[in-house]
Design a protein around this ligand. Structure first.
Ligand code: AHR
Length: 505
C-alpha cells in the first residue's frame, strides 16, 4: 500500500514538473510581413582565423580548396543558404584600405591588424576574393566602408570599382581580371563610429555620414542601400540623433547587441540563464530603438539592421585573446533559437541581422583546426530555421511562465515563431530553454485542421555539450518524433533544453 502511495506521489510530482503551453497559430491572419531572408545573415571579419584559414587558404594550400577558398567551409555555407555576408569588419573596416587588396596577390602590401591581436595579414583576400565568394555562395555582399581612417574619395572609388560598367575604376577592375561589375546592394558607411570607427559624437557623425553617403553613387543600374552606423545596446540617444539629423539620407540604420561574459563551456545553471536572459532582452532593446525610429519615420522607410549580434565569451584558453576564438555549446544554440524567434517578430522594421562571425570567431557557424572543420550547434539552428527565410510571418500567440535570472532579468520559459512558405507549408520553431523540465505544447490553428507533422530536434543530454575536433558530434539535429496530430491540433513534447522546427500540413 505504502509503495503504491509513493508511486502515485512520484507520478503526481512528475506531472507537475511537466509545464504546459497552448499556442494559437493565426495562419489566416492577413497582410503579415515577409520575414526577410537577410535576418539570417552572417558577418565575416578580418579577425583571428575568420578570413585567413577559416575561409581563405590560398590556391597553393594543402587544405582542399576551390581557387583558394577551403572546400569544406564553402560546402557548409552553401548548405546554410547564407542570404547576406558582411565584410571586411567590424572594427577592421575602419582601418581597411581596399586598394591594398587588389591586383596580383604577390604585390599586395602587408598590413598589421591593429584591432585584432596585431596579426600581420598579406591582403591576399580582398575585394575580388570577397565578391567572388559571395557569387559562389549565392549570397548578397554587404560592404562595410572605411569612415574612421579613410576618405570620402576612397569610399566613392571603391563603390565605382565594384559596380561601374565604364570609367577608370572599371578599367582597373577589368585589368585585375573582372570585366563585369558586381552587384553590390548593401553599403555600410562606417562601423561603430562612436568607438573603434572614429570615436565620434552622433551629431558629428551624422554630418560625416551624409558626406560619405552623398558621394557613394549608383552606377550602371546598381542601386545602393546605404546603412548609417547605429547604436550599441541601450544607446537610444545615438538612434534619436541619427534619425533626427539624417533619416532622409539613409536606407538603414544599424544596431549591435552582444551577450557577453564568462567561459564558453564552463558555466553554472545560473550563468546559463543569465546568458539567455541577456540575449532575449534584445526584444525590448529592438522595441525601444524601433519606437524612436517610428517617431521620426512613421512610414517605416528606414530599415533597422542588427548587423552584429551573438554570444561573446572569454577567448578559449591557449588562443590569442585578440582573436576572439570561442567554442560553441548547446547554450549557444539556445541563444540562437530564442533570438531568431524574436527577430521573426520584428520584421516590420528589422530587415537584416548578422551573427558574429561566420567562422572561428565569437558565435561561429563553423570552426576549423588545420585541415579539420566542424559544424557548431549554432550552425544547426541556422540550418533548421532557414525555412523561415523569405516566408510570410504567421502570428503565434501563447502565454507561458517566466523565470528571473540571477542578474534580475525576466525571461519566458518558452519561445515560438511561425511562418508559411511559398508552397503553403507552415513551419513552427519552438524552444524550451528550461534546463530540467520538458514542456508539453498544444498547437491549435485559426482554421487549419492539421493532417501531418514532421520535424527536427536539436538537443543534448547536457547543455554544455559541444562539437569537438576528431570526435563524433555531440550536438546534431535528429528527426523529431515527439509531435502528433490529434483532432486537427498538434501535440508536442519538447524535452528540457531543446529546439524543434516543425512542418505542419
Ligand atoms: O565582432 C567583434 C567586434 O565587435 C567588431 O569588430 C566590432 O564592430 C564590435 O565591437
Amino acid at each position: 500500500m505504502k509503495k503504491i502511495a509513493t508511486l502515485l506521489a512520484a507520478f503526481a510530482a512528475a506531472l507537475s514538473l511537466q509545464a504546459q503551453v497552448k499556442v494559437t497559430i493565426h495562419e489566416s491572419a492577413q497582410n503579415q510581413p515577409v520575414i526577410p531572408a537577410e535576418i539570417y545573415g552572417q558577418f565575416s571579419e578580418h579577425l583571428g582565423r575568420c578570413i585567413y584559414e577559416g575561409i581563405w587558404v590560398g590556391p597553393d594550400s594543402d587544405i582542399p580548396n576551390v581557387n583558394g577558398y577551403r572546400t569544406d567551409v564553402l560546402e557548409a555555407l552553401k548548405a546554410l543558404k547564407v542570404p547576406v555576408l558582411r565584410w571586411p569588419g567590424g572594427c577592421f573596416a575602419d582601418e581597411y584600405h581596399w586598394m591594398d587588396g587588389i591586383g596580383p596577390r604577390e604585390n599586395r602590401p602587408k598590413l598589421v591588424n591593429n584591432n585584432w591581436g596585431g596579426t600581420v595579414e598579406d591582403n591576399s583576400f580582398g575585394t575580388h576574393e570577397f565578391l567572388n565568394l559571395c557569387e559562389m555562395l549565392g549570397t548578397q555582399p554587404y560592404i562595410s566602408g572605411n569612415v574612421g581612417s579613410g576618405t570620402v574619395e576612397e569610399m566613392a572609388k571603391w563603390v565605382e570599382y565594384m559596380t561601374a560598367e565604364n570609367g577608370t575604376m572599371a578599367e582597373l577592375r577589368a585589368k585585375n581580371g573582372r570585366k563585369e561589375p558586381w552587384k553590390v546592394k548593401y553599403l555600410g558607411v562606417g562601423n561603430e563610429s562612436w568607438g573603434c570607427g572614429g570615436d565620434m559624437t552622433p551629431d558629428y557623425y551624422s554630418d560625416v555620414y551624409k558626406r560619405y553617403a552623398l558621394y557613394s553613387r549608383n552606377y550602371s543600374g546598381n542601386r545602393l542601400f546605404k546603412v548609417a552606423c547605429g547604436a550599441s545596446d541601450y544607446d537610444y540617444n545615438w538612434t534619436r540623433v541619427m534619425m533626427k539629423n539624417a533619416a532622409s539620407k539613409m536606407d538603414g540604420l544599424s544596431l549591435h547587441y552582444y551577450t557577453c561574459k564568462g567561459s564558453a563551456l564552463d558555466f553554472t545553471a545560473e550563468e546559463y540563464y543569465n546568458t539567455l536572459a541577456k540575449s532575449v532582452e534584445v526584444d525590448e532593446v529592438l522595441r525601444n530603438h524601433e519606437a524612436i525610429m517610428d517617431a521620426y519615420d512613421p512610414q517605416r522607410r528606414v530599415a533597422l539592421l542588427l548587423d552584429e549580434w551573438g554570444t561573446w565569451f572569454d577567448s578559449e584558453p591557449g588562443f590569442n585573446p585578440g582573436h576572439l576564438y570561442q567554442q560553441n555549446s548547446m547554450r549557444d544554440a539556445m541563444v540562437a533559437a530564442l533570438s531568431l524567434n524574436i527577430f521573426n517578430k520584428h520584421t516590420a522594421r528589422l530587415k537584416m541581422a548578422n551573427i558574429a562571425q561566420v567562422v572561428n570567431v565569437l558565435q561561429a557557424m563553423v570552426l576549423t583546426k588545420g585541415p579539420q572543420m566542424l559544424l557548431t550547434p549554432t550552425y544547426h539552428v541556422f540550418r533548421m530555421y532557414n525555412v523561415h527565410q523569405g516566408a510570410t510571418a504567421v502570428p503565434a500567440e501563447y502565454e507561458c511562465g517566466h523565470l528571473v535570472s540571477q542578474e534580475g532579468r525576466i525571461m519566458d520559459k518558452f519561445s515560438a515563431s511561425a511562418s508559411r512558405d511559398a508552397s503553403g507549408a507552415l513551419h513552427v520553431s519552438l524552444a524550451n530553454p528550461v534546463l530540467d523540465k520538458p514542456v508539453t505544447v498544444e498547437l491549435s490553428f485559426d482554421a487549419l485542421k492539421a493532417k501531418t507533422v514532421s520535424g527536427e530536434i536539436l538537443t543534448a543530454p547536457d547543455v554544455h555539450a559541444f562539437n569537438d575536433f576528431g570526435k563524433e558530434p555531440a550536438v546534431k539535429p535528429a528527426a523529431f518524433t515527439g509531435a502528433k496530430v490529434s483532432g486537427g491540433k498538434v501535440k508536442v513534447t519538447l524535452p528540457a533544453a531543446s529546439v524543434v522546427v516543425l512542418e505542419i500540413k
